[in-house]
Design a protein. Structure first.
Length: 543
């Protein structure tokens, strides 16, 4: 390897064996990562991007996985031939990784301080107050508000975006030579996404750190990468400088990827349609307890006096930064968490109903969760996951009819029905998100809460899912509550829009009016960060 090369992947193949059948996931790919530079891997879900990244650190499930061909050299050393003891010294120190799904990567039994402190102690020998000071510094760098107060928090006490920021802090703790970032901004709102990209670029400049950046967001690739490799079906179909590949793509798949974007065709306002759901002065306050007796000393006001009304056939978009209360609002409306304030669904009051009394309403109100891996049972096949709701809410269906409905749902979300006998861990992050969508739509509900349903999807599939949701809405007159930090997707779907911050509604109205002329500084900053990421990243947009 030349002096300026940090990582060289040559003729790498990855095969998985299951039930005596071997499947080739990566097929003889080659690329280089120079020191201090950023190389992006882009492509559809299941194209082999994450498998390639995991191969670098030998984190694949060996011996089920093997490498029929290829080498991976890091600073001149062949990683694939290293003993486990030797590569452990490299993992977390010289090479670190930010995983796509923070909830499954963070230990639910350890505090944030313990998890970041473990890395600092193992590789740098930092303990006590020195370690604590470094942890607070890292959390502050990645945008965790009041970081000292978050040290004793557990992962489930943080929002999806905050968990992702903790993962980034862990990866940057030891200032690595190579950072592998597997969809590091997937769960982040646009303003924090801009801050994180700016932070990564600053650290890269200061430390001379190289990055292998995996993403489905082509806008991020344009801003952060020097070189891009486009993957499809396990192969690199095109690679080169970002300006060349994006400006004059040579492969048909690259052109299709660049052309894929959700088409703006939001559901029309339905002022005369019946109300499907309304909530008035809804509040979700979480008590803050201190001391030996765990006395309540205050409250975290996750949702604080929010009123909404959604009419049949409309899509109400809920936007705001991570931790603004968007997901909590959705869960409260579905009576999945306790709240104060009246909630009326299809003319029926829900507040005060017991779990048993709520069951008849569950078929008509469904949810697609933000984290598909956490919401899918690892012990159930995909067929069982999707079919479970049919067993509960439509037990009269015959086995043949249930199977037909499962197959139709998988076709609707773009998955091969033959994969229905596999388990969630056998799918990529984007494929798991599609399974979650299929589970919700199989019951043909009236009202669906969509909590970041496209956050883990690549651009082509994201556009397909948006088209699918829009088509289902038109055919079945569905009503959506669409929670997202991706304002381009919200603009494509939302009839009306609510902007939230710190549990309160900052601004609301018809989506088209708000996008054209936002009235508050916060909304303007949010929209500017979404549609002009470069401006936000360079500090033009006020934080």
């Amino acid at each position: 390897m030349s002096d300026d090369l940090l990582l060289r992947v040559k003729d790498l193949s990855v095969a998985f064996r299951q039930a005596g059948v071997e499947t080739l996931a990566v097929d003889r790919i080659s690329f280089d990562v120079p020191k201090g530079r950023t190389v992006a891997l882009v492509g559809e879900s299941g194209s082999g991007k994450s498998v390639t990244a995991l191969s670098v650190l030998k984190l694949l499930p060996y011996p089920q996985a093997r490498h029929p061909s290829g080498t991976i050299h890091f600073n001149g050393r062949d990683l694939l031939s290293m003993r486990e003891r030797d590569i452990r010294a490299i993992r977390g120190n010289d090479i670190t990784i930010i995983f796509q799904e923070p909830m499954t990567s963070l230990n639910p039994l350890h505090t944030i301080e313990q998890q970041i402190g473990e890395i600092l102690e193992l590789h740098r020998g930092l303990r006590g107050e020195k370690a604590r000071a470094r942890i607070v510094e890292l959390l502050d760098q990645v945008g965790i508000p009041d970081p000292a107060s978050r040290l004793a928090s557990y992962p489930h006490q943080l929002s999806g975006g905050q968990r992702q920021r903790v993962m980034i802090a862990m990866a940057l703790a030891n200032e690595p030579d190579l950072l592998i970032a597997d969809e590091p901004t997937t769960a982040l709102d646009v303003t924090v996404q801009a801050q994180i990209l700016k932070l990564l670029k600053e650290l890269q400049t200061r430390l001379g750190m190289a990055m292998l950046f995996i993403t489905h967001d082509l806008g991020i690739v344009r801003k952060i990468a020097d070189h891009v490799c486009v993957m499809n079906n396990g192969k690199i179909v095109e690679q080169g400088a970002v300006e060349r590949v994006f400006g004059a793509p040579e492969h048909s798949y690259t052109r299709a990827l660049l052309a894929a974007e959700p088409k703006p065709d939001p559901a029309p306002l339905q002022p005369q349609a019946p109300l499907v759901l309304e909530a008035d002065d809804l509040r979700v306050w979480f008590p803050v307890r201190r001391g030996v007796l765990r006395k309540t000393v205050g409250h975290i006001k996750a949702v604080d006096g929010v009123s909404i009304a959604v009419r049949q056939g409309e899509t109400l978009g809920i936007v705001g930064e991570s931790g603004s209360g968007k997901t909590t609002l959705g869960l409260a409306i579905l009576r999945l968490i306790s709240s104060q304030g009246p909630i009326v669904f299809m003319g029926q009051p829900l507040q005060g109903l017991s779990f048993k009394e709520m069951r008849p309403f569950r078929r008509g109100m469904q949810i697609v969760f933000q984290d598909p891996y956490g919401s899918l049972s690892p012990r159930m096949s995909v067929a069982d996951v999707i079919e479970e709701g049919l067993w509960v809410h439509q037990p009269h269906l015959s086995p043949q009819e249930r199977e037909r409905r499962v197959i139709q749902a998988l076709n609707d979300v773009g998955l091969d029905p033959l994969t229905r006998f596999r388990y969630p861990h056998e799918f990529s992050g984007g494929q798991r998100q599609r399974i979650a969508v299929a589970r919700a739509i199989v019951l043909e509900p009236d009202f669906v809460v969509l909590d970041e349903p496209t956050s883990a999807l690549d651009m082509i599939i994201q556009s397909q899912i948006v088209d699918l949701l829009r088509d289902l809405q038109k055919r079945k007159n569905l009503t959506y509550l669409f929670i997202s930090h991706d304002l381009r997707v919200v603009a494509a779907l939302a009839s009306r829009l609510i902007v939230m911050r710190n549990g309160k509604v900052v601004e609301e109205g018809p989506a088209g009016d708000l996008f054209r002329a936002p009235q508050t500084d916060y909304t303007r900053a949010l929209f500017a960060a979404a549609f002009n990421l470069e401006a936000a990243a360079t500090g033009i947009v006020a934080q």
